[in-house]
Write a protein that binds this ligand. Structure first.
Ligand code: ZN
Ligand code: ZN
Length: 403
């Protein structure tokens, strides 16, 4: 493994920063302290910053030895936000804020990009500009989209943009990257069935929404199995069913909520259209009424082929051929998708290991994303930072036509 020396030297100090961020988690668009910390470090290292994009976003601008005169640029992105959940870990750097936790490792993502920033600012052995993008609100807030609305790509012209997520379960020291879809589009639905309440012993006096809802939930799965092409990927999960308050009362209404995941807009269009038909016609068939709400959140995260191949080459040069894995697509969501709709780029995984790195006092649960016993693996900081530095360096060294 070819870790850059100066990054290895600073790794312990950056791990301290990571643990400080972990202990002070902040939710979507509230990342004020984290952004202050990022801004202070970048400034300390002589990196000009631009603040306030997408509320708390920070962009660091590292010009190369030409002062950026060649006009070339590449973007590296980290997310900074935490999750609204209670941490089970009790080790020294566990969350100090009840109900908030860095359970997705965005503390580590911020730290890895900071470590890269420090090296890039000290060496500047490239021509062009590296833009360091620290974004808010990945966990549902669409912070990437908000930074773009505030002019991220107009103000900071970059040829490509790259993202990275730690991935628990992959063996330590490996990366994974692939072309094409790697994360799904995410949409939420809410369906309100209105029947007519009655005494539970006199159901013929009312319109019971509960059996109608049950039919609807079953029928939705036939959209997956019978309507979309078998080779297309999609999930419909009804995750909430709310109705009734008493064992002897037929409720007036029933509410279904859940999520839909797809890799393409065409499949999403099909699913939304068919879910609406199924919902409305099932209600009509049973003399109930239906309110159907469907909200599209993040688009699918699609890696461009050339940039995924480029990232893979950089990883191979650091960890070797056999340590760069195929990135199995998942149906989780990721707002880096918005950046990849606007720019070529690639979103990769860096292995977080199985959880053996956690200090005494971890919460005994698995070290998986969004688990209350999770912790980012600090051993990744020098590896992730080396990837960032090498990626930016090699990108700016290649002929522009390849971009
Ligand atoms: Zn997450
Ligand atoms: Zn995450």
């Amino acid at each position: 493994m070819k870790i850059i020396d100066s990054i290895a030297t600073q790794a312990a100090a950056i791990a301290q920063l990571r643990r400080d961020i972990h202990a002070h988690p902040e939710l979507c668009f509230e990342e004020q302290r984290t952004a202050d910390l990022v801004a202070a470090k970048l400034t300390e290292w002589g990196i000009p910053i631009h603040r306030g994009m997408g509320t708390t976003g920070v962009v660091g601008i590292v010009h190369g030895r030409d002062g950026g005169a060649c006009g070339r640029g590449v973007g590296l992105r980290a997310d900074m936000d935490a999750l609204p959940m209670q941490e089970f870990n009790t080790f020294a750097h566990a969350s100090k804020h009840a109900g908030k936790m860095h359970a997705c490792g965005h503390d580590g993502h911020t730290a890895m990009l900071l470590a890269a920033a420090q090296h890039l600012a000290q060496h500047r052995d490239f021509d062009g500009t590296v833009y360091l993008i620290f974004q808010p609100a990945e966990e549902g807030g669409g912070g990437a989209r908000e930074m773009m609305r505030d002019g991220l790509f107009e103000r900071f012209p970059m040829e490509a943009v790259f993202g990275m997520h730690n991935w628990p379960g992959l063996p330590l020291g490996t990366f994974a990257v692939s072309p094409g879809p790697v994360m799904a589009s995410t949409s939420e639905f809410k369906i309100t069935l209105r029947g007519k309440g009655s005494h539970a012993a006199l159901p013929h006096m009312g319109v019971d929404p509960v059996p109608i809802a049950c039919q609807m939930v079953q029928a939705f799965q036939t959209i997956i199995s019978r309507n979309k092409k078998p080779i297309d990927t999609a999930v419909i999960s009804v995750t909430m069913i709310h109705a009734g308050e008493a064992t002897n009362v037929v409720p007036d209404f029933c509410e279904l909520q859940g999520t839909v995941r797809t890799f393409t807009a065409e499949v999403l269009d099909l699913i939304e259209r068919r879910m609406r038909q199924v919902a409305e016609h099932t209600c009509a068939a049973h003399e109930a009424t239906c309110e159907f709400e469907f909200v599209r959140n993040y688009p699918a995260t699609i890696n461009s082929a050339a940039e995924a191949a480029f990232a893979r080459d950089v990883m191979r040069s650091i960890v070797g051929d056999d340590k760069v894995l195929v990135q199995e697509p998942t149906l989780g969501g990721e707002d880096f998708a918005y950046m990849l709709q606007a720019k070529p780029g690639a979103y990769c995984f860096i292995a977080n290991g199985e959880g053996g790195h956690r200090a005494a006092g971890h919460g005994a649960g698995p070290c998986t994303l969004h688990n209350p016993s999770y912790d980012f693996n600090d051993d990744l900081i020098p590896l992730g930072a080396t990837y960032w530095v090498r990626l930016a360096h090699d990108w700016l060294a290649q002929p522009r036509s390849a971009a």
